[in-house]
Design a protein around this ligand. Sequence first.
Ligand SMILES: Cc1cc2nc3c(=O)[nH]c(=O)nc-3n(C[C@H](O)[C@H](O)[C@H](O)COP(=O)(O)OP(=O)(O)OC[C@H]3O[C@@H](n4cnc5c(N)ncnc54)[C@H](O)[C@@H]3O)c2cc1C
Length: 378
Amino acid sequence: MKKIAIIGGGAAGMACAVHLLRAGREVVLLERGGRLGRKLSATGNGQGNVTNTDCSAAHYFSDDRRKVGRILSRFGSKETVGFLESMGGIFLPDARGRVYPAGRQASAVTDLFRAELESLGADICLGTQVQKIAYDGAFTLGWEGGHMRADAVVLAAGGKAAPNFGTDGSAYALAQTFGHTLTPLSPALVRLKSDPALVRALKGIRIDASLKVLRQGSICFECRGDVLFTENGVSGDAVFRASSYAKKGDTLEIDFVPDVEEERLQRAIETSGGSLLCIVPNGLGRALLKRAECGHGTLVSLLKKFTLPVLGDCGFENAQVTKGGIPLLETDENLQSVKRQGLFFAGEILNVDGECGGYNLQWAFASAHAAAEGILQC
Ligand SMILES: Cc1cc2nc3c(=O)[nH]c(=O)nc-3n(C[C@H](O)[C@H](O)[C@H](O)COP(=O)(O)OP(=O)(O)OC[C@H]3O[C@@H](n4cnc5c(N)ncnc54)[C@H](O)[C@@H]3O)c2cc1C
């Protein structure tokens, strides 16, 4: 394939472009925004959690998780770190396997890509929103005031989450031109809404807790991590993980002291004459004491089983990723469309979303590699 157009200059599009340019291919990278990698620069609270040392398919949701596993086995976290370090920098895991640039700056990862693309002589068209795509033996891509021809196209235009980074879901229509379908879309890795009356007093408190999602009394998900209380709900990495499972009508059960048994808590509370000092942060302690005084449970039950109703999620605007997308079953092992030869997919546009912890960028890099390999084999 001679000329390759990549639609979307995010993590997946930039990675795919680097692979293809290094292999000597002619690549045009089309990005609707004024800069490449805007979302990548915001990842990991600005620190750039680029992958995870344990990146098995079990951490992903998809219509074809086995294919996700096969693609990750070709390009896993070691390969991602090797690939990124081949452009420069040092990438290190933390105690939970989350890999970050040693300088803990996501924008520096984007800068590595920009520098590499520049040194490879990439043809980058910014401010170019591809609106039409057609095929008549080759692809024609159209945008306001311009068009181009290409022998292969990689659709790496992201999903619907965080539309302020250029991803409002309008790019799905480009795939639908060729008869692709879409699985239902919903926000994932997103804050959950709860009763403001219950959470407002706790606003701003962040705590390492154990979190359960209960549906009709049964546990449907459980994890340990940060829970952050907001004006109208809960956030934090434990909540983001739980958001892939929690639905409106479920209950969140929070254990604020997961490393301490109930008897020891009871003894400590009695010793101090009913205070929670040195057990939980003071702000949380004061709020729980108030709730106990109002008859909402004993202190121990509020510490170990604090419940909140799930009233919904905070929408695509606040989500990190999109659940749903182009079904993997409509692609081959290199993510080439089974409906239109020469059309490839990479990144979040596909029906693959990962847990919180570097899994989504890992997918962007692994899928970009698969698409590039597919093109190089044609
Ligand atoms: C705040 C935030 C924090 C995150 N933190 C992490 C993290 O720490 N670790 C992790 O693994 N994941 C994280 N994610 C998720 C991760 O950023 C995404 O999964 C990843 O960026 C997806 O890469 P992508 O290239 O598929 O899509 P994107 O990065 O969304 O890039 C798609 C690009 O395509 C462009 N585009 C769209 N339509 C068109 C069009 N028609 N023509 C031309 N260009 C188009 C868009 O402008 C965009 O630049 C985070 C997401 C957010 C929002």
